[in-house]
Every structure is written in C-alpha cells, then in structure tokens.
Ligand binder design. Structure first.
Ligand SMILES: Cc1cc2nc3c(=O)[nH]c(=O)nc-3n(C[C@H](O)[C@H](O)[C@H](O)COP(=O)(O)OP(=O)(O)OC[C@H]3O[C@@H](n4cnc5c(N)ncnc54)[C@H](O)[C@@H]3O)c2cc1C
Length: 442
C-alpha cells in the first residue's frame, strides 16, 4: 500500500513516523513545498526575544531521518492539484519541473495560513507574518536593525502577546492592538486576561484594545499604522490575527467545516474514503462542546497524525477528542487553560456556571510562595466540567492536565470536591486551590 503525505510539518511527520515505525510494509511518500520540516513555531518568540541562544535546536527532525527509514521525501515541491478520481497528485519542483505521484491513501497535512488583514498598505515592506521559520528569521533581522524603534503587533492572541514580549525584551517601543477588549480573549475570561494585560502594561507594552487596524501607510516601507482611534508611527508591523485552514487542494471535493477546514471523523477520514486529513487543515472533536471544532495547535496536529497513521496501517483507532489545552508564560506570569472559558461556552450556546478560588500556592509559613487563581467552568444542566483556567507566577502548569482528563471523561464538578489530592507544604496547601474551588461550586 502506498501512502502519500502532503505537508511534512508536525501532523505529516507524526503520520509518517507512525506508518514507518509500526507498519514496515507500507510505502510512504512525503511532499512539502518548504525547505525545512519540523520547525517549532513556539520557539520563534523565545529566540527573537533572546531567551534562547539560537533557532538551530527548534527543529526536531530532518529529511535524512525519513530517508533512513525508507520514505521517499521531496522538499521544495508543491502539490498543485489532486485528481481524486484517479488518485494522482500533480507536483511542481522549485526549478519548475513537474511530475505526478499516484496514491492508494492520501494524507492531507497542509496546515494553516495566517489570516491577512485586508487593509490598505498590507504589502508594504516592514509588514510581517509569523508562521514559517523564514518569517521568524525576517522578523528577527528587522528587529536587530537599530533603526527599527517602534513595533506594532496586530492581534493579542498567544502569538501576538509572545512576540510583543520578545520585541520589548529587545528594547523596542511596542504597541499591541486587538479589536477585542483584552489580550488572549479566545482562551481566557477577563478575570484572567485582565491580569495578563496588567502584566504587559507593567512591562512597558502599550495596549490598544478595542481598537481596529484600518490601514498601513508609507511610500515603500511602512511608516504609520492607522486605526479607528488614532495614528501611530511604526517601523515594523507583525500581523498575528489568527490562522485559517489551508484547504486549497481539497476544497472542491471534500466536505468542509464552517471555517473551511476538512471535516474529518474520529479516524481522521475525510468524506473521501481514501483521503485522510490531519493537523491544522482538519477539524478536531471537542470533548467540551461534544461536536467538531477547529483548534489549531501542534499538540492536536501530532495526535491526529498518529491516529491517521494507525488507521492507514491497519489498526483501527479512534481519536479520543481534544480539549484545546494551552499555556502561556509572559515576563514570568503563567496562565494555562483547557476546554471552554465562560465566554467561549456562552458564545457556543452552552449554559454554564463557574467557581473561582484564589489563594497562596503553599501554606503561609512557606517563604517561597505566590498567589494562584483558578476558575472551573461546568455545564449547568449536567454539572460536567467543561473548562478550567489557572494562573500564577508559580509553575502551575501540570494541574491543567487533570482538568483536561476530567473534561474528556465527563467528570462532574461534584466529583472533584473530595478527590484525593495530596498535601506537602513544598507544593501546596492542605486545603488546596483545586479542592477549594470545587467545594465552593454552587
Ligand atoms: C508563532 C507560532 C507559535 C506557536 N506556538 C504553539 C505552541 O506553543 N503550542 C502549540 O501546540 N502550537 C503552537 N503553534 C501552532 C502550531 O505551530 C500549528 O498548530 C502546527 O504547526 C500545525 O501543524 P501542521 O503540520 O498541521 O501544519 P503546518 O505547520 O501549517 O504545516 C503544513 C505543511 O504543509 C506544507 N504544504 C501546504 N500546502 C502544500 C502543498 N500544496 N504542497 C506541498 N506542501 C504543502 C507546508 O509547507 C507546511 O510545511 C504555534 C504556531 C505559530 C505560528
């Protein structure tokens, strides 16, 4: 059986590795238009902000590793068209030469593309995106130019917030814009995002929320950013307003989700029985919503690739669904969340209640201590947990995984009230914040 994988980043790599490692009889062909594979975009801001020394270690595999396992891999090669009836791919190499590739099974792992604000001046020099390794390199090159003093970041989701921090760490004057009234509005309720806003402002980032970018002005290079509320001098713009699925190859043949992502079942099957879709180009099953959703994360990409690989290899495997668990750490302030915020739940029409708790992480007698705040969101009718947010200057990240499992398993808020949670002063309080939040639930 011959499987062709289009797109060799996180999702495509996971599908390929699963097939190559577990099903030695499989013929695997991998095709990608980029020069590199496996770039960890999460590292761009760390490297641009000089919190790590370089970008070299942000790649976890390479072409040769797949060749050594027996795959045929073509980089700098675009798949321009798929003939789904005859199961043939049309490909074009960087030098313009073309070839075709047939398949028994096709895995579309074509990922996502940044959403471009369609406003005047969007093509001026100095207006950047932050998806590819090459785009990170370009932003870093421009930030390293001492003539670049003023940076505008458009979009205060996690990528925008991270790159705003990085630009500030490099000594720039940074303005962060978003049409929403807070940062991180898709993942966190205001109860949390307002703390992040305060953190950003205290570190010198000028916040412009509830403000819409309407134009970039300049002759050849961007000089000014115009919004519905003002006009600001700018030497470098970084667009980070979100991502949309890259569905170009299959959009006229395959069933699509409302945002254009390939609609897949829990085996990663698209509406064509010989075509699988994985990663950012496909839907995921949300256990909080109990329906298909679009959540573009590397973690989901890897899991979906593994699921597709096993199903193609001959081991039927269903995805267990996802919670969209995520974290962010900015100037030492850490926030993690899983499932739905109150705002996200209400937007999707779900009636929820929530319980908040705030306390010291450890008993008051411990010197090394910090505040922790938690919100657990649960469905009003069933009382099942559908989301949790936790924040602190402490590393509270591991706690969120339990809530991820709770959502996946449909655990109720009441089950958490007397859950066996250990106590040791080095780590937590006897009446710890998870128990206390659950006990405080109405
Ligand atoms: C700055 C940044 C920070 C991030 N931080 C995090 C994080 O901390 N945690 C997290 O979980 N996620 C993070 N993400 C999201 C994560 O990077 C994506 O969810 C992940 O890359 C999706 O992987 P993918 O393989 O599905 O798609 P992509 O990474 O988009 O890869 C798709 C591949 O398909 C190729 N391709 C597309 N069309 C064609 C074609 N026609 N022919 C040939 N090749 C094609 C592309 O060249 C590309 O290599 C971050 C993203 C960015 C941009």
């Amino acid at each position: 059986m011959k499987t062709v994988i289009v797109g060799t980043n996180h999702a495509g790599i996971a599908a390929a590795n699963t097939l190559l490692d577990s099903y030695p009889d499989q013929e695997v062909v991998m095709i990608d238009r980029n020069t590199n594979l496996s770039y960890l975009g999460c590292g761009t801001a760390l490297w641009v902000g000089r919190q790590i020394e370089g970008y070299e270690n942000l790649f976890y595999t390479n072409k040769e590793a797949f060749e050594a396992k027996g795959a045929k891999i073509s980089m700098e090669t675009s798949v321009t068209k798929v003939d789904f009836d005859n199961k043939v791919l049309y490909c074009e190499k960087k030098d313009g030469s073309t070839f075709t590739e047939s398949y028994d099974k096709l895995v579309l792992a074509t990922g996502s593309a940044p959403i471009s604000p369609n406003i005047p001046g969007k093509d001026l020099k100095g207006v950047n995106f932050l998806k590819l390794f090459q785009e990170g390199l370009e932003v870093d090159r421009q930030i390293s130019d001492p003539a670049v003093k003023s940076v505008a970041v458009i979009g205060a989701g996690y990528i925008g917030v991270e790159i705003a921090e990085a630009a500030k760490r490099r000594g720039k004057e940074v303005r962060l814009f978003d049409a929403e009234t807070t940062s991180l509005a898709s993942y966190y309720d205001e109860h949390f995002s307002k703390d992040m806003d305060k953190n950003l402002a205290e570190h010198g980032i000028e916040l412009h929320f509830g403000e819409l970018a309407t134009a970039y002005k300049g002759v050849d290079h961007v000089e000014t950013l115009v919004t519905d509320k003002g006009e600001y001098p700018v030497d470098l713009v970084i667009n980070a307003i979100g991502f949309g699925p890259n569905n170009l190859l299959g959009k006229d043949h395959l069933k699509l989700f409302k945002n254009g992502a390939y609609l897949v079942d829990r085996h990663q099957h698209t509406s064509d029985p010989d075509v699988y879709a994985v990663g950012d180009c496909a839907t995921v099953y949300s256990n909080a919503l109990r329906e298909e959703a679009y959540i573009a994360l590397a973690t989901n990409a890897v899991r979906s690739g593994i699921v597709a690989g096993h199903n193609i290899g001959g081991t039927p495997l269903e995805s267990i669904g996802v919670q969209g668990s995520n974290g962010i750490s900015i100037f030492g302030y850490n926030m993690v969340s899983t499932g739905l915020s109150v705002k996200a739940a209400e937007k999707s029409g779900m009636k929820v209640k929530f319980t908040d708790y705030e306390d010291l992480q450890r008993p008051g007698f411990m010197k090394n201590n910090a505040n922790v705040k938690i919100r657990i969101v649960y469905e009003e009718s069933s009382r099942r947990v559908v989301g949790t947010q936790i924040a602190s200057t402490e590393d509270i990240s591991m706690g969120i995984h339990m809530f991820s499992l709770a959502i996946e398993e449909g655990v109720t808020i009441d089950k958490l009230k007397l859950l066996d949670i250990f106590f040791l002063p080095h780590f937590n309080q006897p009446y710890n914040y998870i128990t206390m939040a659950a006990l405080s639930a109405e």
